[in-house]
Design a protein around this ligand. Structure first.
Ligand SMILES: [Zn+2]
Length: 309
């Protein structure tokens, strides 16, 4: 049983990806494993490009590198170091801070920070599974910033809704979302996005949660005042809050950190595959600029047409 959940060791990783060449080869194989399609015109035939591993479209002559149109686009340091960051972010049980990455890889902390946030883009839930069976929904608040208003110090608060799927006596999957309020609409939005239809739900009977009755037939409302609690939700929320406090200072990026935490939590039983899984997601994810990341700009999968410049 133990071996099944064992993650890839650092020495195995280094043997597999000893240099940039091995990383480029991997990117090439993965990126075009289902065939080539020109990013500019959609044509499916190519010839060798001007550099090794580049491909040139035989129709419009667009040259595409293995990193172009992926999250590795224009990476500011060696590809091998970029792969190393993906390795640490995916396999460390609690992730890894940019400060620690900076120390390990001898890259500026800010540069590590930005690339780490790019990796987090690939950890976002695809929402194509959804929680089902027995599910608890609850929420918590996280004070994230102390500001002075009219001479008083006020702590600004973020609300987080969390859904957990029970499995035997433990938890199998979780999803968490930053929200502006806990009103009925937000609770329903969360449930619609992350929970399958015929699910048995338990939650506290706070006003917003009553709306769940609109779409679910099996909802049990607990009374906190009578000592009825959701022990698993309490435990998961506590772990998540402690992790958020310990790891990060950028509250505006909190949704990415929640995605990161849930991604690793949900893949706890696929430790051997998680690194490859994350690499593949990064290859299939369009590039993101710093500005797009911090503004949560929608992801554009825009493939330019043949007559665009
Ligand atoms: Zn083309």
């Amino acid at each position: 049983m133990e071996a099944k959940y064992k993650s890839v060791s650092l020495s195995d990783f280094q043997k597999r990806f000893p240099d940039d060449e091995s990383c480029l080869k991997y990117l090439t194989e993965k990126k075009w494993e289902n065939g080539f399609k020109c990013h500019r015109c959609g044509h499916q035939h190519f010839c060798r490009g001007r550099k090794k591993y580049y491909r040139q479209c035989t129709a419009c002559r667009y040259q595409e590198s293995p990193t172009a149109n992926t999250l590795f686009h224009k990476v500011k340091f060696s590809l091998q170091k970029a792969f190393t960051i993906v390795y640490f972010v995916s396999t460390n049980k609690k992730g890894i801070s940019s400060t620690e990455l900076s120390r390990k890889l001898q890259i500026r902390q800010k540069t590590c920070w930005l690339f780490r946030v790019k990796v987090l883009q690939a950890m976002k839930s695809k929402k194509n599974v959804g929680l089902f069976g027995r599910v608890e929904i609850s929420d918590f608040e996280l004070g994230h910033k102390r500001v002075a208003i009219n001479g008083n110090t006020v702590t600004l608060v973020k609300q987080v809704i969390i859904g957990i799927e029970k499995w035997k006596k433990g938890v199998s999957h979780i999803y968490a979302k930053v929200t502006i309020s806990k009103n009925g609409r937000e609770i329903l939005n969360f449930a619609n996005s992350y929970i399958q239809g015929d699910t048995a739900i338990k939650c506290y009977g706070n006003p917003g949660y009553r709306k769940l009755n609109d779409i679910f037939t099996d909802v049990k409302f607990l009374k906190k005042s009578e000592g009825q609690i959701l022990p698993l939700s309490n435990r998961v929320s506590k772990g998540l809050k402690a992790w958020l406090r310990g790891m990060h200072g950028h509250a505006e990026l909190m949704q990415y950190y929640l995605d990161e935490y849930c991604y690793r939590f949900n893949r706890n039983r696929m430790k051997a595959e998680i690194f490859d899984h994350l690499l593949e997601r990064m290859i299939n994810h369009p590039p993101r600029t710093y500005k797009e990341i911090i503004t949560y700009a929608p992801i554009s999968r825009n493939i330019p047409t043949a007559n665009s410049s």
